[in-house]
Design a protein around this ligand. Sequence first.
Ligand SMILES: Nc1ncnc2c1ncn2[C@@H]1O[C@H](COP(=O)(O)OP(=O)(O)OP(=O)(O)O)[C@@H](O)[C@H]1O
Ligand SMILES: [Mg+2]
Length: 497
Amino acid sequence: MSIRVRLLLSYTCILIVTILLFLAAALLFVVALTGDVRSVKDFYNIHYAVNPLTEQEETIFLDLKYLAKNEPESLLDPKLLEQYNFKLRAMQAELFIRKEDTQIYSSLSVKQPELLAYLPDYEMNNNAIRDTLQIGDHFYAYAKFDFYFSDGAKGSMFVIRERSPFAEVVRSLLPIILGVLFIVLLLMNALLYSLLTRSIVKPIRLLQKSAERIKEGNLAFELHAEGHDEIAQLSESFEGMRVKLKESVEKQLQYENNRKELIANITHDLKTPITAIKASIEGIRDGVPDTQQKMDRYVNTILTKADDMDQLIDELFLYSKLDLKQLPFAFEEISLGDFVGDYADDLYYDLQDHGIILTCEVEDEGSTTVLADRDKLKRVLVNIVDNGVKYMVNAPKRMELQVKRDRAFVTLAIRDNGPGISEDAVPYVFDRFFREDLSRSRQTGGSGLGLAIAKQIIEGHHGTIHAESKPGEGTSIIIRLPLAKPQEDGYEEHSDH
Ligand SMILES: Nc1ncnc2c1ncn2[C@@H]1O[C@H](COP(=O)(O)OP(=O)(O)OP(=O)(O)O)[C@@H](O)[C@H]1O
Ligand SMILES: [Mg+2]
């Protein structure tokens, strides 16, 4: 059974129960007003149908009617009348006898002096014998019988019962109230149903449609949750799931693309030197180098290309091992300041040969202890410095190593004043095989793995690496490594100086 049908059913049930309860309340109300359960039955009969009296009253009325028909004179007998009236009064009804225009008998309890004037005229056919009449604020229900006395005078016998004016109003208003209530309930029902349908069924339908879309493999949509109820929360969770699923599918696709790209790159990077080697060997086989000098050039080409390949294969091997997390790190506590300082000392003259002036600035020496694998960290530095050497072409060439520490990290910056990296390329320099300018890269012979390897190694140290660069101004590669003892004593003092 759908929620819509369930809601409809439950609302209909509520409607029925409410009406029943209302009817019960109305019944109780009438009983409370009239004090008589039986009168409830007559509540409407009295007015609209034929019977203004209760069954017992009716029996007395019929007795009196019989007397009026057969022994009209007996209705002049005060004693007899008193007897009948007594019986009637037990049921809150009264007896009234009229002869022509005079009142023959009236119960004392009818405190209505104008009663005679208001009573209906004679109507000897006795067609309309039951009705109600209103005198001022008072309402009376009556049954009447018109007859002739033996002297030919017209007589009327009334069994009268006073009704509460309030009950009378209620009685006349009750059908309207009931009708209005029913309509209000119906409208309420319709309104609540439509509201609930809108707030429950509609979002559920939307969820269902979204689930269908996901089933069909379509993740490119957005599910907006309205409100804060449980269904909205469910929709939010569903939306979260969709986003996660989309991310994971995209990641999967990205991996797949990366894999394809990787194979294509490796193929290309291996193919290029092999083609050169093949061409050189073919040239030698065909006797192209006819002089020793040419022969040397051919052989050198073969050797360089073979070296390139060897280097590429080494880099690839290292990268894939790092990528697969198969290369163990031999961590030890080292002072990054000392480590970089020593490296700079070693490097200084090498770089001088390349026309590069190296400066090294180590702040807070001795307190920059990090957990690091010396060899791998060295590899990172070599890869970054190599880039500087490779890409700097115009003098004056300068390179700077800088070590700084803060509360929890040591920052190592390697800066050069080379050509820089374009803004678009900066985020990708750490991607494997990324080379900003392929033509330049061919000249410099890079494979695009240097920074990717550096990133793998730094991440293996739980650190971060990023590049900052302005084309034409230079490049900074910034490495942040967590301090081995972040809360080292004396840090505050050192940093104050
Ligand atoms: N100091 C730098 N100055 C200018 N461009 C740089 C610098 N460092 C890196 N790049 C750019 O980032 C790219 C990626 O560098 P990466 O070291 O990963 O590869 P590569 O140097 O091309 O090759 P490999 O290092 O594997 O021999 C380079 O091709 C170059 O375009
Ligand atoms: Mg490089």
